[in-house]
Design a protein. Structure first.
Length: 137
């Protein structure tokens, strides 16, 4: 499978221009040398934010890219779900009778939108592997 490459702003603008003139997604894809699904996806993005041809003259390439590809409501580098306190979990797991399932149930009780059990266990496992690779076996 070929690696994904980003479309240039020139291609995006040409795609919107051709779509505005009534050209089909298939024909746009042939002209631009990209997949029809890529054309459809980008035209749906543009329609969702109310962009159509002709574009406003004050709309720069950076502004167009931010409008089309911004992830609404999620800042770069932030988690969508509340992270458990992994250090406290490591201490709690050493106590007799305490299992990961019990700790997860407590976590979900206080964070209903938190990780599902399988993701919770996977994150804990990956954390343990990360610690082992740093020499703390």
């Amino acid at each position: 499978m070929p690696a994904k490459r980003r479309l240039t702003m020139r291609q995006l603008r040409q795609m919107l221009r051709l779509a505005g003139s009534g050209t089909s997604s298939r024909e746009i894809a042939v002209v631009l040398g990209i997949a029809r699904s890529t054309v459809q996806d980008n035209l749906q993005r543009a329609a969702a934010i109310g962009l159509s041809w002709p574009l406003p003259s004050e709309l720069t390439d950076d502004a167009l890219e931010n409008k089309l590809f911004a992830r609404n409501g999620v800042k770069q580098g932030t988690r969508r779900r509340t992270e458990p306190n992994w250090a406290n979990l490591a201490v709690e797991l050493k106590k007799p009778g305490v299992t990961l399932l019990i700790l997860w149930e407590e976590y979900r009780g206080s964070h209903p939108d938190g990780y599902g059990y399988s993701r919770y266990v996977a994150a804990k496992f990956m954390l343990r592997l990360g610690g082992m690779s740093q020499g703390s076996r």
